[in-house]
Design a protein around this ligand. Sequence first.
Ligand code: PLP
Length: 400
Amino acid sequence: MSTPQAELVALAQSSLYPNYAQPPLVIVRGSGCDVWDASGKRYLDLFAGIAVNTLGHSHPRLVQAIATQAAQLMHVSNYYYNEPNVRLAAKLCALTGMSRALFCNSGTEAVEAMLKLARRHFFARGQTERYRVIAFRGSFHGRTLGSLAATGQPKYRDGFGPLGGVTHVPFGDVDAVRAELGADVAAIITEPILGEGGIVPPPEGFLATLRELTEEHGALLLADEVQTGVGRTGSFLGFQREGVVPDAVALAKALGGGFPIGAMLCRDALLEALPPGSHGTTFGGNPLASAAALAVLEVVESEGLVERAGKLGGHLARGLEALARRHPERIVTTRGAGLLQAVVLADGVNPGQVLAAVREAGVLLTLAGGNALRFSPPLTVTQPELDQGISAVDAALART
Ligand code: PLP
């Protein structure tokens, strides 16, 4: 007999630190795009653990890879190489056009690694005055103090200062970037589409302009692909949609398909920035996480999930646009790319209420940027499943 949901919720409420605002639901099992709570109710998961469950839940290839690797070798530390990890490094370099990979365990750590890489690159060249980073308002780069300093939203930053070394300018504003690009700037960091900021794509050509400007000024361009990477927007990296090659890339979330792993990838020119001992982490690149990520990448490749995300993204976009036409007073606009899209709710609509009504109807979504109802489903999602999600939002909006 499993424990009743109410009992587990009571245990959660008396023992977990209350830094999240969870509804009284305990998810106990998942398969494909479905999850079940402890009362046995089934939900269609169209948020994928915030853009993480690339292959849906409990994909047999991922389960098998983790089980096999766990039985063979889970952890050795970075004192030694391990086979899944070196294979993963080579694969990621091939997929992204980068030269080297450094592994960690989460998105914020991958961003920290990029920021430290940028600063130490100039330090190693004797340019110690070159440390400042330009980031964008509305961005989200993580919650450790370095990536929080880069994050451009007061709601995440307030109360944790002083957070220094980063200047925030409006997203998409080339003139503002140009005005800040002094000799002390080490790097510009950006997401290709603001994720937590509300699924906001930049104006066309913006990423390419950032590439030109950083090259002109000898600064680095850092791509935070933690939410957009591994095919979500219809290309392996969001930056690749504009044909822009950054100097370094941060990946996490979807890379392990649910198993925690992060990676920082960079170009050859940055190999001297972080010499042995200057940066690292005990768990980073362990065989178990690496085997999980390798399995994810193999399935993504063999099932053509990147192209599929692009195609299904077209279907999702059309569905959301039709939804917006049906609810002109409740939906302001729709935006995003591939399988990362949102409807932006109008001022008078209570986003939390809509989200709860959608969940009540058996579909799990999330909010981004306060008022954007985000779809970030597994890349294995089907067209009928997307349609079910759109219908649930349609019904919820009609009721609220
Ligand atoms: N960067 C981006 C673009 C993200 O969306 C996130 C998480 O939402 C992070 C960094 C931080 O990742 P993590 O929560 O794994 O630390």
